[in-house]
Design a protein around this ligand. Structure first.
Ligand code: SAM
Ligand code: SF4
Length: 316
């Protein structure tokens, strides 16, 4: 369905939980989350009803996210049922990879076509620090399992943080020479729950181009500008939510685990879907698309996101 600015809204990001087994400093508060009551969250059936409603208004691509979606006990059943919904052509998942070792193959068999895996550093100590306790080896095991399970294209997401992983831009990008993966650098967004990293933490993706002058432009895919290292097996993607607003080409709706539909990541506006029938959900989705804002406000350390929620509660 087209929104009021002629954008084709065909992509739903469904956050299936706000819980996580990591506590990334840019995403979650140190003391974790305020646990929601089960009756505040969408049930599996309600999530599938929402996916059917979304398909009926023109959504063709679904990304399962969180929190950490692999913590969800019914994740395989959810993915299998979502992939079977008529009109949904692609089900993808974004995960920190920690539990992927055991789940990669079952997810592939459940109909998930693509996996995005978040790894910000290749240094085990730094990984433990940024995730507040995670083990890099678990995420790397997840990466290998994903490669072996035969997903269409594994993407690695790294949030670019000055003074933290800017010295690893070359090493992270070099993973595209070692494995058939895309590595995507994402600019740090000042979310309501992000730790204050200091004035040098935000780096525009220009830092990647400066660090790797050998990168050759290779087109664009969705919101990512693509580049390639000579002899690489995959692309280096730059995702610039801060330095280059991509609102003009935004095709997304978001649905949170507690059933709130968002037309814009950085807007506090939400519509409640919990308890609605499929047709009522579809009607809310049509209204949400019709009122999708043209653009969000410029983000900076002084002007934090107006999302009204942390990233773990929205799904990125
Ligand atoms: N737990 C999963 C993961 O980490 O991949 C899925 C949910 S996570 C919220 C989705 C994506 O959002 C991750 O790639 C993460 O790095 C990114 N993210 C979280 N907070 C962010 C922030 N403040 N700025 C930029 N990206 C952020
Ligand atoms: Fe968890 Fe993902 Fe947020 Fe890290 S980025 S705390 S893994 S939801």
């Amino acid at each position: 369905m087209l929104d009021g600015y002629g954008r084709n809204i065909n992509y739903l990001r469904l956050s299936v939980t706000d819980r996580c087994n990591l506590r990334c400093k840019y995403c979650m508060p140190a003391d974790g989350i305020c646990k929601k009551q089960p009756d505040e969250l969408l049930t599996e059936d309600e999530m599938i009803t929402a996916v059917r409603a979304a398909a009926s208004v023109g959504i063709t691509k679904l990304r399962i996210t969180g929190g950490e979606p692999l913590l969800k006990k019914n994740i395989l059943s959810l993915c299998r049922r979502a992939a079977a919904v008529g009109g949904i052509r692609e089900v993808c998942i974004t995960t920190n990879g920690v539990l992927l070792d055991a789940l990669a193959r079952p997810l592939r068999e459940a109909g998930v076509r693509r996996v995005n895996l978040s790894i910000d550093t290749l240094d085990a100590e730094k990984y433990r620090g940024i995730t507040r306790g995670g083990k890099l080896e678990d995420a790397l095991r997840g990466l290998h399992a994903a490669l072996e399970a035969g997903f269409e294209r594994v993407k690695l997401n790294a949030v670019l943080i000055g003074g933290f992983n800017d010295c690893e831009i070359g090493d992270l990008a070099a993973l595209t020479r070692q494995y058939p993966v895309d590595v995507r650098f994402i600019e740090l967004m000042p979310m309501p729950d992000s730790e204050i990293f200091g004035e040098n933490a935000y780096l525009s993706c220009d830092a990647v181009l400066q660090a790797l002058p050998e990168l050759l432009p290779n087109g664009a895919s969705g919101v990512a500008q693509l580049y390639r290292l000579p002899d690489a097996l995959g692309d280096v993607g730059l995702i610039r939510p801060v330095s280059a607003l991509f609102c003009a080409s935004c095709s997304r709706l978001r649905l949170t685990a507690d059933g709130k539909l968002k037309a814009c990541l950085h807007s506090p506006d939400e519509r409640a879907l919990k308890g609605l029938s499929q047709e009522e959900m579809a009607q809310q989705m049509r209204l949400c698309i019709a009122h999708k804002p043209a653009c969000h406000a410029v983000l900076s350390a002084e002007h934090r996101s107006q999302a009204g929620r942390g990233m773990y509660q929205i799904g990125g």
